[in-house]
Ligand binder design. Structure first.
Ligand code: NAD
Ligand code: IPM
Ligand code: MN
Length: 344
């Protein structure tokens, strides 16, 4: 079976890490890769962030693999908003699945934490919250400036991500789902999260449902990450805590993600950004991108292919055949080659 994949390398280190993910996918096979040039460079040259039929183009593929978007030459981040956030919204990719899995004890910045303890999945709501861009600025640039940015929480949006988290836990035999909000301060929007979480958890009596305020959860992520199996939270909190999750795995370069609408075209990308200071130097860690490709295959129903890539990555990590950010001495390409060798 061949899957048609749109590949958007994007900006900065995105292009370098995606080149390695592409080599891995080509080795595994069963994919037809179509490169799309959408990036800051493309926007600056053409004036177009994404073509008018861009989202339909993406929908015509089985999945999308993205590097990163962000470039100092586009300070308002317009192209990232259209390509990355736009795709999340337009393709209704409401599940942002961000696994946090420590592959080797030596990578964890915390003392004495084992791979068994640092092993959980964050489900970040991906289509609403503070990301919808509703708001505006009144009297901008003056001492009277007022800036409004609305947070949207809907029953539909909260219900589907909370249900997804519980269904995932049950299907993987995971015991615990923790919902994190800030309902003690955000007494309207996050009361909806409380209500929905309580209702849905009743249908999953086999799964332990717990709640933490997001500030306390952040503390426990550092102090006792072993208490988590599945975390579900809103768009902004999920963004922030998955950078902590990246650090727990050894660094942002290790972290993978999927923007998923179950059964529809979904988009996979490393958690990290374009890291302009590292770009073009062959130093970026390609593992987050490669694990995102593995998650893509898994989500497309090819669990064995995904697991094979994950094993190869783990083998390269255990042999310390990795980039400098995680304690090795290889460049991006060489680290990709080590994973390719472990695959064959
Ligand atoms: P960033 O993730 O690009 O980098 C932060 C730091 O993390 C880097 O300086 C580096 O020290 C480390 N890092 C990240 N990825 C790494 C890798 N693969 N290997 C080794 N080290 C790595 O975050 P930032 O500096 O806040 O943002 C830079 C640009 O990227 C901005 O324009 C931002 O908006 C954008 N961004 C895009 C995405 C995305 O496309 N999904 C995600 C985050 C940030
Ligand atoms: C991420 C990124 C994006 C986000 C930015 C680039 C808008 O940080 O995918 O984690 O905040 O969702
Ligand atoms: Mn982020």
């Amino acid at each position: 079976m061949t899957h048609r994949i749109a590949v958007i390398p994007g900006d900065g280190i995105g292009t370098e890490v995606i080149a390695e993910a592409v080599r891995v996918l080509e080795r595994v096979g069963g994919v037809e890769l179509h490169h799309l040039p959408w990036s800051a460079e493309h926007y600056l040259a053409s004036g177009q962030t994404i073509p008018p039929d861009g989202y339909d183009t993406l929908r015509s593929f089985d999945a999308v693999l993205v590097g990163a978007l962000g470039d100092p030459r586009v300070p308002d981040n317009r192209h990232a908003r259209d390509i990355l956030l736009g795709t999340r919204f337009e393709l209704d990719l409401y599940v942002n699945q961000r696994p946090v899995r420590l592959l080797d004890e030596r990578l964890c910045p915390l003392k004495d934490r084992t791979p068994e303890e640092v092993n959980f999945v964050v489900f970040r709501e991906n289509t609403e919250g503070l990301y919808v861009g509703i708001g505006g600025r009144f009297k901008p640039g003056t001492d009277e400036e007022v800036a409004v940015q609305e947070e949207i929480n809907t029953f539909k949006g909260v219900n589907r991500i909370v249900r997804h988290a519980f269904a995932f836990a049950r299907s993987r035999g995971l015991r615990r789902v923790c919902m994190a909000d800030k309902s003690n301060a955000m007494t309207h929007g996050h009361a909806l999260w409380q209500r929905v979480f309580q209702e849905v958890s009743k249908e999953y009596a086999d799964v332990e449902a717990t709640h933490l305020y997001i500030d306390a959860l952040s503390m426990f992520l550092v102090q006792d990450p072993g208490r988590f199996d599945v975390i579900v939270t809103n768009n902004l909190f999920g963004d922030i805590i998955t950078d902590i999750g990246g650090a727990l795995q050894g660094g942002l370069g290790m972290a993978a993600s999927g923007n998923i609408h179950p059964g529809r075209t979904s988009m996979f990308e490393p958690v990290h950004g374009s890291a302009p200071p590292l770009a073009g130097k062959n130093v970026a860690n390609p593992i987050g991108a490669i694990l995102s490709a593995a998650l893509m295959l898994e989500t497309l129903g090819r669990a064995d292919d995904g697991a094979g890539i994950e094993r190869a990555v783990a083998a390269a990590v255990q042999a310390n055949e990795v980039t400098v950010d995680v304690g090795g001495d290889l460049g991006t390409r060489e680290a990709g080659e080590a994973i390719l060798r472990a695959l064959s």
